[in-house]
Design a protein around this ligand. Structure first.
Ligand code: SF4
Length: 228
C-alpha cells in the first residue's frame, strides 16, 4: 500500500469517503477512538453512518469532566454507537496514592502515559489502522497532519485533517448533532479537568490544554514513530 499515492487520492475526497475507504480496507482491524470532546460529534456521526457495528473506543482516564461523560452517553444513545471504554490499569485512587495527589501537575507526561497511552496501547494488538479526529487547524503541532500516516504500528487515519472549526460547526448544525456542553463556556478543546482551561480570543484551539507548560500533546498522537 503506497500511502503517498493514497494520500493524493484521499485529499480529493470527502471526509465520509475517506472514512468509508478505511472501513472497507481494514474492517474490524480498524480502531476508532474518540475523546467525546468539542467537535467529536462530526466523526462520531460519520462513523455511525459508515462503520456499521464497529465500536467506538473511549479512554476514561478517571480525570474527565462530568460533562464529558454525560455528553458521551448522550451521543452514544442518539447515534446508536457501540461504546468500548478503555481504562488505566490502576484506578484513580490507587494511582494518586502511588504517584502523588498532584502528579498531573508535577509529572503530566507520566500521568498521561499511564492513564491515556497505556490503555490505548492495550487496544492496539490486532489493529492495522487507527482513526481519530485530528485536524490541521487545531494547533501548530498538528499543522502538517496527513490523511494517512504510516507509523511503526497501525496506519493513522485522519478523515478530518483538512477541516477547520467552521466546517465542524456547520456539520454539527446541519446534522442536528449536539456540541459538548462546555463548548459555550470557551472550552473549545476538552481533555482531563485538571489540565484544561477555556481558551481566550485569538488563541489556538488547544491553548487551554496544559496551559502554562510546554506540553501540547498527551502522547496518544506522538508515541508511534513515523514510518521511514
Ligand atoms: S491530561 Fe492531565 S490528568 Fe489527564 S492523564 Fe494527562 S496529565 Fe493526567
Amino acid at each position: 500500500m503506497n500511502l503517498d499515492t493514497l494520500n493524493v487520492e484521499l485529499e480529493a475526497r470527502s471526509a465520509r469517503e475517506r472514512l468509508a475507504w478505511a472501513v472497507e480496507t481494514y474492517g474490524d482491524r480498524l480502531l476508532f477512538t474518540s475523546s467525546f470532546g468539542p467537535g467529536s460529534g462530526v466523526l462520531l456521526h460519520l462513523w455511525s453512518e459508515v462503520a456499521g457495528e464497529l465500536p467506538v473506543h473511549f479512554i476514561d482516564t478517571g480525570f474527565l469532566f462530568d460533562q464529558t461523560i454525560a455528553y458521551r452517553d448522550e451521543l452514544v444513545k442518539k447515534l446508536e454507537l457501540k461504546l468500548q471504554v478503555l481504562k488505566p490499569a490502576l484506578e484513580q485512587g490507587r494511582f494518586l496514592e502511588k504517584y502523588g495527589l498532584t502528579v498531573y501537575r508535577d509529572d503530566p507526561d507520566r500521568c498521561c502515559a499511564i492513564n491515556k497511552v497505556e490503555p490505548l496501547q492495550a487496544a492496539l494488538p490486532g489493529k492495522d489502522a487507527w482513526v481519530s479526529g485530528l485536524r490541521r487547524d487545531q494547533s501548530k503541532a498538528r499543522g502538517e497532519t496527513p490523511i494517512l500516516l504510516g507509523t511503526d504500528g497501525p496506519v493513522k487515519v485522519h478523515p478530518l485533517a483538512d477541516w477547520n472549526a467552521r466546517d465542524v460547526y456547520q456539520y454539527l448544525k446541519l446534522h442536528h448533532v449536539p456540541e459538548h456542553p462546555l463548548f459555550e463556556q470557551g472550552y473549545v478543546s476538552v481533555g482531563c479537568a485538571p489540565c484544561t482551561r477555556p481558551v481566550l480570543p485569538g488563541e489556538d484551539e488547544r491553548a487551554g490544554r496544559w496551559s502554562g507548560t510546554a506540553k501540547t500533546e498527551c502522547g496518544l498522537h506522538t508515541f508511534l514513530k513515523k514510518a521511514e
